[in-house]
Every structure is written in C-alpha cells, then in structure tokens.
Design a protein around this ligand. Structure first.
Ligand code: SF4
Length: 490
C-alpha cells in the first residue's frame, strides 16, 4: 500500500476522499478544476519567492515517477547540496513507525524544500530539514501534521534524530512545528487512515462547499447526498452540528423538520436549533418561510426609485485587484436597462475604472445601489482609501448601498443549500448564460486573459458579471413582491 503526505492531508480534510481515491470508480472523477490548477501554480510561485536568491537543485524525473525522482533526491542529499526543491522521499516498510500493522507499506512525501543543516546522518556531517510551504493564511493543524510526517520519514531515510520541521505560510511567515505533540497526533491519524483503508469501510458523504469545491469527487458525492437528502446540504449543518443531531437520533430531513426544538437546544443554542428546524421545514416543503421580523420592517429597508443601480464586482484576490465593476442601470420610467462593464483590462487600469464608477453613480444621484454581499461595501472603502477619494464622496456612495443578502438572511429562510446569489436566484428561476461558471473560475479566466490577451475570456467574464447584476435585480423584484404580499396576508 502507498501512503503519502497527500493521503494524510486529504484524510484530515475529508476521510471519504482518500477512500474514493483508493477504491472509487475513477470514471466518476471530474477533471481537475481550473482554479485548483491555478492554486497549484500559485503555490509553486510562492515556493520560488521563498527561495529568492538561494541556489537550489531540483530532481528531473517527473513527480508521477516518484521512485526515480526519489532516487535523484537521495543522490542530491548524498552529494550534500544546500537546498533541494520538490524532492521526493520514499521508503518501504513499517520499521521505525509506531504502527500496529505488519503489511508492506511504502511511505512517500514531497516536501517543498529540503534544506541542508549541520548534524549527523548517513551522508556525513550534515542532515536535511523539511520545509512545507503552503498558500494558507495561517498554520493549519493539517499542515503541521503533514510536516510531522515528512520529518519522520526524513529522519528514517537519513538516519538522523527528529528535528522540528518548518512550515511557511502565504505571508512568508515561518513556524517551527513542535515535533513531539505532532508526532503522536500524526501517528494516531496514520492508524485511522490505515484502519479505514484496510477495512474498506466507506466513510459517509458530507458536503462542505469549501472543501468539496476543491475535490474531483464533488459531482459524484453531491449526487449521492441529493439522493439521500443528506443533512449536510442544509445551510447551518456543520460537521459538529451534524454529530450533535446524530447523537439525538436525527438523521433525516423529516426527523429534523418534526423535531422538538427544546430537545435540540440541549446540545446547541436555542436560536441555532430553531433555525435548523425551520431550514429543514422550508427545504422539505420547497417553500421560503418568513422569519419573525415583520415584512413591513424589511420592506422599509428596500428603497424603490424610478432609476435603480444593480452592482457586482469581479476581483482577483492574489493581486488584491478589483478588475470589473459591473453596473446595471434600470430605468423604470423609460422602461430601459443598460449594463456598464467597467473593466480594468490591465491591473494598472483599476484606478481609471474606479473613477468611471464614481462618475456613473454621480450621474444617477437618486438611484439606490443594490448589491448582494458585504464585499461591495468593503471594496468601495478599499478603493476610496487607495485612490484618495474624498471622504464626502465615499460616504455618499456608501449611504446609497443596499445589501440584499442582508435583507434575505434577516427576513427569510430559503429552501436552498446555501444563501449565495447563485443558489437563491436560480431557485427563483433566473438562469445564468454561463451556467457552469463560478466566481472562482472568473479569477482563473482573468489570469489567463492577462497572459494570453484572448478577448473571448474577458467577454465571458463580463457576461457572467452582467448576469450577476441581472440576478440581483431579479431577486430584488421578487423580494419586494413577496414581502408586500406577505404583508397583506399577515
Ligand atoms: S466531494 Fe466532498 S465529500 Fe466527496 S470526497 Fe470530496 S471532499 Fe469528501
């Protein structure tokens, strides 16, 4: 059996993933998403940035040919080179590992860097230290676990004492991992992984948008979760709340919808319990439910005017860039709709686009500006500060913003899997022209546009952004009608 640092990392994120990688039907896997490929590329660039002017050696065999690459890595270590980039460490056999298994296991690790330090090893008066370099913004537990695994394998290969491995994160901040507590943690996890793989016990599906979005089994698992009406598809059901529900014997949508909130409240806060139950009822009956805030109170926070602006932004977080400010102006009196894609075709044009945006909103001074998330508010503040917009002008734009996400989440429970604009507007019947597209994909396409100048890429992003603005408009119209009719029936 092959057991790698990747298996360990995946297991910590989702135990089902390594199981499917080992035993699943490979034809059910999707191709790697483009934004995941981009993340890999960013990580490689990050490693090169950390290296700076340091001289390094890199094995030449492809990563997939781990045996050959591992032999090259070993040769470089024997020569005593100062730094090895993307080396492979591998060793067969469980000797030295604290594992209650006797079968043949090959351990494989791919530390970003192997850095030579003074010490004693089979090579001579030197040894190597493993350095993990990760895109995360904080030193997550799974990074430390993988670092402990790499350190252990390295110490067995070079016959040296265990030393604290290093983890470098996005900010280039470096952490030393305290090897002793993490070694015990890592060995326990190895036992769990091996037990699961040997028993072939398939872990239950649990859909978590953040981690499943990065996984090639996403569609496969999602279909299963849908068939099972799995509770993880309900907003608010986190892994820990799911465990609590199981403790109470609640495993289905019906059971949650019919549950007694005073029983749920024994294990979670009362308002959380009430929220989960209402969410289950809305989903079961496929209908939106009103929360306790009177519809009139919410309606009063949604202005109406003869001209309205619908606003959505596309951003490139890696460059800290807001490259597309999409503005849809709806003129009810003239029955006209006009979309303005204010796009920075190069990152340097962001200031120009910001000025165009300010001019456009000033030309329509009475129009409220509808958007769907806190991001637009934060961006207006960021761009105002960056391009020294007057405080008065910044305030006057901020004053006109109306966050429909806020209105929706305060007033309604939707029968959707989350409260993203996409899910809500689709449930209301709105269709995006780029149906398989996502904001994350736009990030990838914009990066490709900058590299290739292929206009079709930018046009696709603009179409997607226009549909985001139109979906916001669709939602606002529906929301006002729904709240007004609820006001009447109440
Ligand atoms: S799609 Fe989600 S549940 Fe399925 S294996 Fe991947 S991370 Fe796990």
């Amino acid at each position: 059996m092959l057991l790698s640092d990747v298996v360990l990392l995946d297991y910590k994120r989702c135990p089902r993933r390594p199981f499917l990688d080992f035993y699943g039907d490979a034809t059910q896997q999707q191709t790697q998403r483009e934004f995941v490929v981009k993340l890999r590329e960013e990580n490689q660039q990050q490693i090169l940035d950390v290296l700076g002017n340091t001289t390094y050696h890199e094995p030449q065999a492809p990563l997939e040919d781990w045996q050959a690459r591992g032999r090259e890595t070993l040769e470089l270590m024997e020569k005593g080179v100062n730094c090895i980039l993307n080396g492979i460490l591998w060793q067969t056999g469980v000797a030295g590992w604290n594992l209650p298994f006797s079968e043949t296991i090959t351990f494989i690790a791919n530390p970003a860097l192997l850095v030579k330090t003074s010490g004693h090893s089979i090579f001579g008066d030197w040894e190597y230290q493993a350095v993990s370099i990760k895109l995360g913004r904080r030193p997550k537990p799974e990074y430390k676990l993988v670092a402990a695994f790499q350190a252990k394998l390295l110490s067995l290969i070079q016959d040296s004492s265990l030393s604290n491995p290093r983890v470098v994160i996005r900010s280039h901040r470096e952490y030393q991992v305290k090897i002793n507590p993490w070694m015990a943690n890592m060995e326990n996890t190895l036992v769990e992984v091996l037990t699961m793989l040997r028993s072939r016990q398939e872990p239950e599906v649990f859909i978590s948008r953040q981690r499943c979005n990065l996984c090639q089994w996403q569609n496969f698992c999602y279909d299963i979760a849908k068939q099972q009406q799995h509770l993880s598809l309900l907003p608010g059901v986190t892994p820990s709340r799911y465990e609590q529900l199981q403790q109470l014997g609640i495993v289905s949508l019906e059971e949650l919808a019919q549950s007694d909130t005073s029983v749920l409240a024994k294990l979670m806060e009362k308002d959380v319990a009430e929220g989960l139950k209402q969410q289950a009822i809305a989903t079961l009956h496929e209908t939106p439910l009103l929360k306790s805030t009177p519809p009139r109170t919410i309606l009063e926070t949604i202005p109406s005017a003869s001209r309205e602006i619908y606003f959505d932004i596309e951003a490139e977080p890696e460059r800290n860039l807001d490259y597309l400010l999409g503005v849809l102006i709806v003129d009810y009196s003239e029955n006209k709709e006009q979309f303005y894609p204010l796009v920075a075709e190069t990152p340097e044009q962001e200031a120009e686009v910001w000025e165009q945006f300010l001019k456009l909103v000033e030309e329509n001074p009475e129009a409220p500006i509808f958007h769907y998330s806190q991001y637009e508010v934060d961006t207006i503040k960021r761009l105002s500060s960056l391009y020294q917009t007057s405080k008065q002008q910044e305030k006057s734009v901020l004053k006109r913003l109306v966050d429909l996400h806020d209105c929706v989440t305060k007033s309604l429970i939707f029968p959707t899997e989350n409260y993203s604009l996409k899910k809500i507007a689709q449930w209301l019947g709105f269709q995006w022209r780029e149906s398989d597209f996502s904001g994350q994909q736009c990030v990838y396409w914009y990066d490709q546009w900058l590299k290739t100048r292929d206009r079709a890429l930018l046009d696709t992003i603009i179409r997607y952004n226009e549909d985001d603005c139109r979906a916001t408009y669709h939602l606002k119209t529906w929301l006002v009608n729904f709240l007004a009719s609820s006001e009447v029936t109440n």
